[in-house]
Design a protein around this ligand. Structure first.
Ligand SMILES: CCCCCCCC/C=C\CC(=O)SCCNC(=O)CCNC(=O)[C@H](O)C(C)(C)COP(=O)(O)OP(=O)(O)OC[C@H]1O[C@@H](n2cnc3c(N)ncnc32)[C@H](O)[C@@H]1OP(=O)(O)O
Length: 292
């Protein structure tokens, strides 16, 4: 917890977090606190479900990313929470990645807030001591994939879904902490290939390269994650949590140390005319596609 708070403070996000909620004995303590999430903590199992709930595609706008960081931070501090399952209430879409409508023609100040919120969302999930798992019941491109990469265990549904980091296909260069998270999960060779090509993977290939840990029929995705979570939370939390920190601390420290530099580089790239043109064209295509 101290580690996450230090990082969030470093990223300038902690001051935006709400004060710790007052403890009450309700079953779902967090249920109505968020606009774009449903957060339910089961005090018996000590497992929370953090459900992404921004229709139509769970595209991640600035406020939603802040909410995800806040909710994860709140659960991280809750003695009644040992595990967080991230899933989606949008059929066939885990998350469509960053909200491109907010990135298009963004003002610099807004973009900075947006990018810091992305950094905070990732580092809060990546750095929490509690067990985190993703139930990926549909598409998970770009920042959707980044949320999944931040967790400890990923189960994806069979089907015509894609997961991966397609940024270079959008003309957008990869940044260091996303690259590091991908390579930590899939290895150097896959990283070199997949990130340069901006490759998206169908579930079976994602499984082969280690991007997800299991692929199951869609209706079994959440139950499978719940089954694994039950096992993981039985491991003594102190030892497991410290082991997790030991493994992830270096990446957390790097992100904290280089967050401002990352922001500067991404501001320059993302607000540049060529990338703005690409995002504009991409949005136009999506609008045409959904009118068809
Ligand atoms: C950009 C910075 C990069 C820097 C590199 C560092 C790493 C940064 C991290 C991440 C970068 C990103 O996340 S960029 C976003 C990339 N996302 C995508 O490329 C996905 C785009 N969407 C899709 O491919 C598809 O929508 C889908 C496969 C997710 C689902 O397809 P489906 O056919 O089921 O649905 P529709 O395409 O009709 O979409 C429904 C609805 O949602 C809107 N939508 C979808 N995606 C986005 C989005 N990313 N932002 C905003 N809006 C989105 C789409 O327009 C439809 O809207 P309408 O119904 O209103 O038309």
């Amino acid at each position: 917890m101290a580690c996450i708070q230090k990082t969030l403070r470093g990223l300038g996000v902690l001051r935006q977090l709400p004060r710790e909620s007052t403890v009450n004995q309700t079953y779902c303590r967090y249920a109505s606190s968020y606009k774009y999430l449903q957060v339910d903590l089961d005090k018996k199992t000590k497992v929370a479900h953090l459900t992404l709930a921004r229709k139509p595609a769970n595209s991640l706008n600035c406020d939603m990313m802040k909410e995800i960081a806040m909710a994860t931070n709140e659960l991280d501090q809750d003695r009644d929470c040992k595990g967080i399952i991230i899933n989606s209430c949008v059929p066939n879409i885990f998350s469509a990645g960053l909200d491109l409508t907010e990135l298009y023609q963004a003002k610099e100040l807004f973009f900075q807030d947006f990018w810091r919120s992305l950094q905070a969302m990732f580092s809060t999930i990546y750095g929490t001591k509690v067990v985190t798992m993703a139930a990926i019941e549909g598409h998970a491109p770009a920042a959707g994939c980044i949320i999944a990469l931040a967790t400890d265990y990923r189960v994806m549904s069979e089907g015509k879904f894609n997961i991966g980091l397609n940024e270079s296909m959008l003309g957008i260069p990869m940044n260091f902490w996303v690259k590091d998270a991908f390579i930590a999960t899939c290895g150097q060779r896959e990283g070199e290939r997949a990130l340069q090509l901006g490759q998206m993977f169908i579930p079976s290939t994602a499984l082969q390269i280690g991007l997800v840990d299991e692929v199951v029929p869609q209706e079994l995705t959440l139950p499978t994650v719940q089954k694994h979570m039950k096992q993981w939370v039985k491991v003594p939390g102190g030892a497991r949590g410290l082991t997790k920190s030991l493994i992830r601390q270096q990446a957390m420290d790097n992100l904290k140390a280089k967050a401002d530099e990352d922001l500067l580089i991404m501001t320059r790239h993302m607000l540049s005319q060529p990338i703005q043109n690409t995002i504009g064209a991409y949005l136009e295509n999506m609008t045409k596609k959904s009118k068809r």
